[in-house]
Design a protein around this ligand. Structure first.
Ligand SMILES: NC(=O)c1ccc[n+]([C@@H]2O[C@H](COP(=O)([O-])OP(=O)(O)OC[C@H]3O[C@@H](n4cnc5c(N)ncnc54)[C@H](O)[C@@H]3O)[C@@H](O)[C@H]2O)c1
Ligand SMILES: O=C(O)C[C@H](O)C(=O)O
Ligand SMILES: [Mg+2]
Length: 669
């Protein structure tokens, strides 16, 4: 039965997999015979369904402003609040209950049930939205009984399942749960649990979410994008699954990361969930385990490479920007080999950015500036910081490039400042310290390669990390290596001789087990004054005597939602370095002096909606200042230009979607 199941699960119209071809004819015949009568009735049912679906989608397309947009003719966006207007629906009955965009489940009022032909299809008791949430939370919390150590325990996956089921049946309620409990559930829908979900995705897969473009769809992508039901899409997060967190190539299963990032777009940035689209571009996988796994849902072929690969990504970009010219595309978890190249290829023509390169860089800059403040030093001291970076992939390279530019700006933004700033960095990768003696050096790492003839203290090409830390005595040790435990006891001991009064450790690799060290390790070896940040969440450390070792989450989640929202609301055609810099500086400035002095250099995730609003407003203002803003809906660029800082914040706030049920009204086209 395995083969017939594979054929049924989303494989229609695609060429059969190698595994299916191996099935004997006798067994195939058996399967076909036993399923024949079932197939016949299914076929009749499914053609009826298809007819209904195509009818309703053609009706939808006739709508000028899209699925949830018909009522957008009200007062100016600037003064209205998303979610308070009625929504026009074009369905009734079960179609609504099965549609997570409009479903309210047991919260449909009796008059609405009558109006929408729902009476009798739901238990009679009408619940308030809060009662619904309460019931759901009881179920969700039941798992807590057996939980041991927070987000990393095995119950995390069970929680993800429960939340995912809610996502499938009622999006409004799902996001309400997420927004109201973001600190508790971000680690489930996002890092670290999302990593576990991606690793197990073929088994966890229930309902499809988002779009899948595969190497087998070449030449078909333009018509394919019209299969998506929404006429308006604001935000796409796309991955090719080649480097999911620090977990390597997970192929098609990487779709989970795009879904998780978009969950934060909705929860943190208030992007309307009707207008987000997670995308997986499946160009094969080089993960040998997945290539052999009979349950794997993706193409069981090695990854496309070179021009073949580029032509698929090009075709995808052309297709989505043709249908949705104003969409913003966030590239996520592409292996470093392609991440920087694709960014350069598209960034001046399309509204796109790479979160791992640019979002991470901004978050790291904010943290690095925070570490300077935590030492009680002024910003002018930032260019004096000695920074050792372990990991020279897309994330590490993104960070050193952005930090170098920031140092240069502090020093007066001239050529010589830019030139001298690069000597503050020591880049270490899997082969050790990168110097100009490195054979086949990555061109992106080249500017940061130490000159061997200038190296002192016995350092040389390939010196191990511990040697580099011992000899450089850095102020900052930053890890984007994907190697859990890389900051060993020896490395941390070496950091004791740091020239800084408060050395900073950024163990930024994800998920939890890939962190370069834990906060316990950092604080126990380096003491209470060390500044600690990690990519995945850890708890603060109790250091005894009433002292607390602060654990910060240094994750690009503090920036990408605001970068996306600010770009959307400014209508900027491209995402400039200045807009990214404005986002990073806004995050850095968000922290108060007293917090920073306590070692708190990033905000708590519970305030992520507020931070995102601030970041988005900073991005809007920078886009306006750089004359890139073309406006959004009825806010034209001239009006945008007139907004004060406070008015920009208000404009952003008023355009953020809130998880409240709109009143539904049926209207036939
Ligand atoms: N916290 C965040 O916001 C954030 C953002 C982006 C990426 N990341 C994490 O960063 C990690 C790396 O991402 P990437 O795209 O750059 O990956 P990558 O695989 O391209 O790069 C990893 C780099 O680490 C180096 N490395 C491997 N072993 C090493 C060792 N023993 N010592 C020193 N360096 C070593 C490799 O040579 C390579 O340069 C991932 O775990 C990812 O989850 C975190
Ligand atoms: O996804 C995250 O948690 C951060 C980052 O984008 C990563 O790839 O690790
Ligand atoms: Mg990422």
């Amino acid at each position: 039965m395995k083969e017939s199941k594979q054929t049924a699960v989303g494989r229609r119209g695609k060429k059969p997999r190698k595994g299916s071809r191996r099935v004997s004819h006798r067994r195939q015949n058996l399967v076909i015979t036993s399923l024949f009568s079932l197939s016949l009735s299914m076929a009749i049912f499914s053609s009826l369904q298809n007819l209904r679906r195509s009818l309703s989608s053609s009706l939808l397309r006739k709508l000028k402003h899209g699925h949830h947009q018909a009522a957008v003719t009200g007062p100016r966006q600037f003064t209205t609040c998303e979610g308070s207007r009625p929504s026009i629906v074009h369905k009734r009955s079960l179609d609504i209950l099965h549609d997570p965009w409009f479903n309210k489940g047991t919260a449909f009022s009796m008059t609405e049930r009558d109006r929408l032909d729902l009476r009798g299809l739901l238990p009679p008791n009408v619940m308030t939205p809060q009662q619904q949430i309460d019931r759901f939370m009881v179920d969700l919390k039941r798992l807590e009984m057996n939980a041991r150590d927070g987000p990393s325990d095995t119950n995390a996956l069970a929680k993800w399942r429960i939340l995912n089921r809610l996502h499938d049946r009622n999006e409004t309620m799902y996001y309400k749960v997420l927004v109201d409990n973001i600190e508790e559930y971000a680690p489930i829908v996002y890092t670290p649990t999302v990593g576990l979900v991606c690793q197990n995705y073929s088994g966890l897969f229930r309902r499809p979410r988002g779009m899948y473009f595969s190497a087998a769809d070449r030449g078909e992508m333009m018509p394919m994008v019209y299969n998506w039901p929404a006429d308006q899409v604001d935000m796409i997060v796309v991955t090719d699954g080649s480097r999911i967190l620090g977990l390597g190539d997970l192929g098609v299963q990487g779709i989970g990361i795009a879904i998780g990032k978009l969950d934060l777009y909705v929860a943190a940035a208030g992007i309307n969930p009707h207008r987000v689209l997670p995308v997986m571009i499946d160009v094969g996988t080089n993960n040998e385990k997945l290539l052999k796994d009979p349950l794997y849902l993706g193409l069981q072929e090695h990854r496309l490479d070179g021009e073949d690969y580029l032509s698929v990504i090009d075709e995808f970009m052309e297709a989505v920007f043709t249908r949705w010219p104003n969409v913003i595309v966030q590239f996520e978890d592409f292996q470093s080999k392609w991440a920087l190249k694709l960014l350069q290829r598209y960034r001046s023509t399309y509204r796109m950015f790479n979160d791992d390169v640019q979002g991470t860089a901004g978050v790291a800059i904010a943290g690095l500036l925070g570490a300077v403040r935590a030492q009680g030093k002024p910003m002018i001291d930032f260019p004096k910081q000695k920074i050792v970076v372990a990991g020279a992939g897309s994330a590490g390279i993104g960070v050193v490039n952005a930090a170098r530019k920031t140092m240069a700006r502090v020093l007066g933004n001239n050529e010589s400042a830019f030139e001298s700033a690069k000597s503050q960095f020591w880049l270490v990768d899997a082969k050790g310290l990168i110097t100009d003696e490195r054979a086949d050096i990555d061109p992106d790492a080249l500017p940061f390669a130490r000159k061997s003839r200038e190296l002192r203290q016995g350092l040389r090409e390939g010196s191990p990390l511990v040697e580099v830390v011992k000899k450089v005595n850095p102020d900052v040790l930053l890890g984007l290596s994907a190697v859990g435990g890389l900051f060993s006891k020896e490395v941390l001991e070496a950091l004791k001789d740091s020239s800084s009064t408060r050395p900073a450790i950024f163990a930024m690799s994800n998920p939890t087990k890939n962190a370069e060290c834990t906060p316990e390790e950092a604080f126990s070896i380096l003491g209470e004054h060390v500044i600690f940040a990690s990519g995945s969440p850890f708890h603060d450390v109790n250091l005894g005597d009433g002292k607390i070792g602060r654990c910060n989450q240094g994750n690009n989640m503090y920036l990408f939602p605001g970068i996306g929202l600010g770009t959307l609301l400014s209508g900027a055609r491209v995402i400039s370095d200045g807009m990214l810099q404005a986002a990073a500086e806004c995050l850095a400035a968000y922290m108060k002096e007293e917090e920073v002095l306590q070692g708190i250099i990033y905000p708590s995730i519970s305030s992520i909606r507020d931070i995102t609003k601030e970041v988005a407003a900073a991005v809007v203002r920078e886009a306006v200042a750089e004359d890139l803003a073309e406006g959004y809906r009825d806010m034209d660029p001239r009006e945008l230009q007139k907004l004060t800082k406070e008015e920009t914040l208000e404009y952003v706030q008023n355009n953020m979607w809130n998880p409240v049920y709109p009143t539904l009204v049926y209207r036939q086209d």
